[in-house]
Design a protein around this ligand. Structure first.
Ligand SMILES: CC(=O)SCCNC(=O)CCNC(=O)[C@H](O)C(C)(C)COP(=O)(O)OP(=O)(O)OC[C@H]1O[C@@H](n2cnc3c(N)ncnc32)[C@H](O)[C@@H]1OP(=O)(O)O
Ligand SMILES: O=C(O)CCC(=O)C(=O)O
Length: 377
């Protein structure tokens, strides 16, 4: 793996998460920040929805960003007309490829897969558009049929093929097997689109890339349908740190981007959210804090400033004396061994009572209010 193309779909699949609506201003702000970070392509929405969605997409197009903008379409001519009306020059055309999806969407008529693809690809190419084709539910499709669809799309002039694990049922091994076969059967680049129903979206997308896919569809914070998609921040940092593929992006703005999407979506992050969560550089446990105080690498895979976040040392139920005395010394308080053990006992007691860690002010209070030495705490 030398280079990977990132095509972020926060503004399409991300916003499809139940209950989420981005305003036009929020969509534009997210697109502009992703552009500034250096994401090369954004799937900005679904023009066929019309109304405010089409207006927001048009407004993003008019921003003249460096990043390439893609509109999502069904294999329907009027959808592509709607993309053109928004000013988009790149269209993604999706077709169902598994039996279950063909039955639900095309009443089981497989001929419609060919007819709709032919008609919509030809129509898009007649309008000089870049065409990406999405194989919806590729992971559950008959493998030979999937190859036929991909070869058909390629023969018509499509430029990229999206392998979709629509309901997130693959694992890294099965992903690599399926994508590997597809890679051997077509020349056009393959894009990974994975879902997180079993918590494997990022791992599966990476497995697809290792098997020869060259593009990946991500969302900020892993937002998306049901359990979400492969998270942009996880993908960028995994590529950089685990695969030595540095995409040259401004990773120091990833936390800022994550927070922008938290605000716009109204969906808070779990504190343990990989890469950008509140707790991913927070250390409370005595043994961890002792290690981190000597060398942060003991318990951090990379430095927090690399993603625009910061390290926090937190005093609480699991803390030890080294952390405690370090925090207090920053406030001009020094304790001997015996005193620090007494303070630690009080911190544990308070922490258990309050079912949380202590703020620095509360810690100082423990030391200074003397309640501790009177045995009240
Ligand atoms: C896996 C994915 O994430 S796919 C993307 C899903 N995203 C969305 O659905 C969000 C945006 N969608 C919408 O706003 C609406 O669904 C619209 C505007 C696209 C269509 O709305 P409606 O006309 O009211 O249709 P509705 O959503 O109820 O049904 C979907 C229709 O699209 C058809 N369809 C679904 N996928 C495809 C496809 N890939 N190609 C062609 N037709 C398709 C269905 O068969 C159904 O057709 P029918 O109306 O002739 O029965
Ligand atoms: O682009 C496509 O074809 C479908 C993408 C998608 O959202 C999915 O399959 O989950």
């Amino acid at each position: 793996m030398n280079h990977v193309h990132v095509n972020d779909t926060t503004l399409r699949d991300g916003e499809q998460a139940a209950g989420i609506v981005f305003s036009a201003i929020e969509k534009i702000a997210i697109a502009c920040l992703m552009d500034a970070i250096g994401i090369p392509e954004l799937e900005v929405g679904i023009p066929a929805m019309g109304g405010s969605e089409a207006e927001a997409i048009t407004a993003i197009v008019q921003k003249g960003l460096k990043t390439a903008l893609l509109g999502w379409n069904r294999a329907v001519r009027s959808d592509i007309e709607a993309s053109i009306a928004c000013g988009l020059r790149r269209v993604h055309i999706s077709v169902p490829v598994s039996d279950i999806q063909i039955k639900a969407k095309f009443k089981g008529k497989t001929n419609l897969v060919w007819d709709r693809l032919r008609d919509s690809i030809n129509f898009a190419l007649d309008h000089d558009l870049f065409v990406s084709v999405g194989a919806e539910d590729a992971s559950r499709a008959d493998e030979s049929f999937l190859v036929e669809v991909a070869q058909f799309a390629e023969s018509l002039g499509a430029s990229r093929f999206r392998f979709c694990d629509t309901v997130g049922i693959l694992n890294p091994l099965t992903t690599a097997q399926k994508v590997g076969k597809l890679v051997k059967s077509i020349k056009m680049p393959i894009e990974m689109h994975t879902h997180n129903d079993f918590g494997l979206a990022t791992a599966n997308a990476l497995a697809g890339l290792q098997a020869g896919a060259v593009s990946v569809n991500t969302t900020v914070n892993g937002l998306g349908e049901r359990a979400g998609n492969a998270a942009l921040e996880e993908m960028i940092m995994a590529l950089k740190r685990l695969y030595q593929v540095d995409l040259g992006m401004e990773t120091s703005r990833l936390r800022e981007l994550s927070q922008l999407v938290v605000k716009a979506s109204g969906i808070p992050l779990p504190p343990w959210k990989a890469i950008v969560g509140d707790n991913v550089f927070a250390h409370e446990s005595g043994i961890h804090a002792h290690g981190v105080l000597q060398n942060p690498q003991t318990y951090e895979p990379f430095s927090p400033d690399e993603v625009g976040w910061k390290r926090r040392l937190v005093v609480g139920k699991h803390s030890g004396r080294h952390l405690l005395t370090n925090l207090l010394s920053q406030h001009g308080i020094s304790l001997n061994h015996e005193e620090s053990q007494v303070v630690l006992d009080s911190v544990r007691h308070l922490s258990v009572q309050m079912k949380r860690s202590l703020t620095v002010e509360e810690l100082i209070d423990v030391v200074t209010n003397r309640s501790m030495s009177h045995g009240i705490v």
